[in-house]
Ligand binder design. Structure first.
Ligand SMILES: NC(=O)C1=CN([C@@H]2O[C@H](COP(=O)(O)OP(=O)(O)OC[C@H]3O[C@@H](n4cnc5c(N)ncnc54)[C@H](O)[C@@H]3O)[C@@H](O)[C@H]2O)C=CC1
Ligand SMILES: O=C(CO)COP(=O)(O)O
Length: 295
């Protein structure tokens, strides 16, 4: 397939590497990069298949400023919920093109390992299963693709796991042990499913690659930027310092704010996400958060 990757960060470049195995792929980002097949925005938009790999908080602005509908099908690779409105990415993209032309990629996938062509399994979700299958069929030999039609479940899983990963980094940073981390991740999965169900997601989606799979990966590895944010919080660092030292996007930070907003508006019980929000936004002492979660 003729494809363009939009966004040349870690994930955009990893997906460029992956999809280049079987397809004609170009890549575009706002800052020119010295990458083979780097193209202008105009050339990228001419491609039939687009992969959107810019961070979730910038998606709406990017679409408003740059998107020209030429019948393209879009695979959304970002994971997050818009802080300013509480909107899911599908709420944003469907303002620009119909759901049957949208798919979402999720699952346990550190960009660094995909870039090394290490074995990976991912989920591609769309209300149009034929489109999901098309994106899955064109994945490289080392990525096994599974298709699903629970878009809400996939979106919530990908976004929420980043917030639980922050909590897990705090847990390990405080040296609370393996029991504590396992309990936190398990309860985080329950909380994620509760939240998703309130938006119509299927419970079994949270047991899939996009849910439990990505959560287990992200909440237990220093390769995760979100997990590293948690380590920084446990060390007592302020958020500006943490994000400056990280130098990359950590979607769990803005998503924690979005979850807090939605929890207040809809009255959903999100104890772990709310403690992450309190640590990030209100400077709550992580030891106090642990005490309150055990209470
Ligand atoms: N890095 C990873 O292992 C994975 C990341 N993702 C998701 O992919 C998305 C992108 O993350 P990464 O590529 O890892 O981030 P990154 O921090 O490596 O790169 C972010 C890219 O977005 C660009 N960018 C920043 N602000 C922008 C704006 N206002 N408009 C357009 N472009 C802008 C930056 O120039 C940079 O190239 C995130 O939603 C992340 O959760 C998903 C799976 C794996
Ligand atoms: O989504 C990811 C792995 O599936 C990347 O996780 P981080 O954004 O925490 O690095």
């Amino acid at each position: 397939m003729k494809m363009a990757i939009i966004g040349a960060g870690k994930w955009g470049q990893a997906l460029y590497h992956a999809y280049s195995e079987n397809n004609e792929v170009v890549i575009h980002s706002r800052t020119p990069r010295n990458i083979e097949h780097f193209v202008s925005l105009g050339e990228a938009l001419e491609r039939e298949y687009l992969v959107m790999a810019i961070p979730a908080q910038f998606v709406r602005h990017w679409m408003e400023e740059n998107f020209v509908d030429k019948g393209q099908k879009i695979l959304v690779a970002a994971k997050g919920i818009e802080t300013s409105t509480g909107a899911f990415l599908n709420d944003i993209f469907t303002q620009f093109l119909p759901p049957e032309r949208l798919a979402y990629i999720s699952g346990p996938s550190f960009a660094a390992e995909v870039q090394k062509s290490l074995p990976t399994a991912l989920m591609i979700s769309s209300t149009n299963l034929s489109l999901a299958q098309t994106f899955a069929d064109h994945l490289p030999s080392y990525i096994k693709g599974y298709v699903d039609d629970d878009v809400v479940g996939a979106e919530v899983s990908g976004a929420y796991k980043n917030v639980i990963a922050i909590a897990s980094g705090v847990c390990d940073g405080l040296g609370l042990g393996n029991n504590a981390r396992a309990a936190l991740i398990s309860r985080g999965l329950v909380e994620m499913a509760r939240f998703g169900k309130s938006f119509g997601a299927r419970t079994e989606t949270f047991l899939s690659l996009g849910g439990a799979g990505d959560l287990f990966l992200t909440a237990s590895s220093r390769l995760s930027r979100n997990y590293r944010v948690g380590l920084g919080l446990a060390e007592g660092k302020d958020m500006d310092t943490i994000l400056k030292e990280l130098g990359e996007v950590a979607e769990g930070v803005p998503t924690a704010k979005a979850l807090h907003r939605i929890a207040q508006e809809k009255g959903i019980y999100l104890p772990i996400a709310e403690e992450v929000y309190a640590m990030i936004e209100e400077g709550k002492d992580p030891h106090e958060s642990v005490h309150d979660l055990l209470g």
